[in-house]
Design a protein. Sequence first.
Length: 289
Amino acid sequence: MARHNAYNVPIMGGALALGPAPLIMGILNMTPDSFSDGGAHNDLDSALTHTRLMLEQGAAIIDIGGQSTRPGADEVSTKDELARTIPVIEHLVASGIKAPISIDTFKAEVAAKAIAAGAQIINDVTGAQRDPEIADVAARHKTPLILMHWDKDRNQDADIIDEMKRFFATSIAIAQKYGVAMDSLILDPGFGFAKSLQENYTLLARIEEFNEMGYPLLIGTSRKSMLGNLLNLPTDARANATAATSVIAYQQGAHIFRVHDIKPNNEALQMPMPPITVPPACEHKEINS
């Protein structure tokens, strides 16, 4: 089991303390066409209710997105993406939600307006390579910037981890160019994005190799086809499989887990890793099953 590197990622009003204790990011998709929960929480009251439920179940961050990134999804206009995300961010903040809100976007304009509305983290699935000025937004507002790997043009004959590190080096250089503090960066290997089924599981087995890059790791396997295709499960029946992959990644040093189903992932990630010290109150309990 890999040792967890400890990080304090600056955030407005404090820091995200990342280390041995896992942190859960709850997914709030404000889209009609996301692969798993499209349209499920699209009105403000439903979004607030679901956010409160996720926080009660153990989420520490809420990630809000208005652009589906499922295969084949149409790209929405900036105007539509703003209309989907900004009102809900404002509503959550006005309703007293204190947990950090992350904006899931690859557009600098959306990121800037989301931060103005109350978001505190930028989550870019293109690793700042689609719209590099998103890094300028992160630098100016001193927000954490999550850089995800999504490289459709990578060398398919090269080692996948080496190729991913090359991609991340480019993303990190963009962040440096715009003045993003290096302690504000978080890397996401991008499970399911331009990767085959075998490549996803190769990546899962080798997560710890990214620890040497010196940045916190965010993992997002939630309900993805890498689980459904392997186990022949529909999207709404992949919570347990997601939790299993979260634990595998956690054992290799990952820090943040972006998931739809908070409760099973939280319970799985709270299980202590061997060797286990049994609480005194449990020492003499009889085991019947």
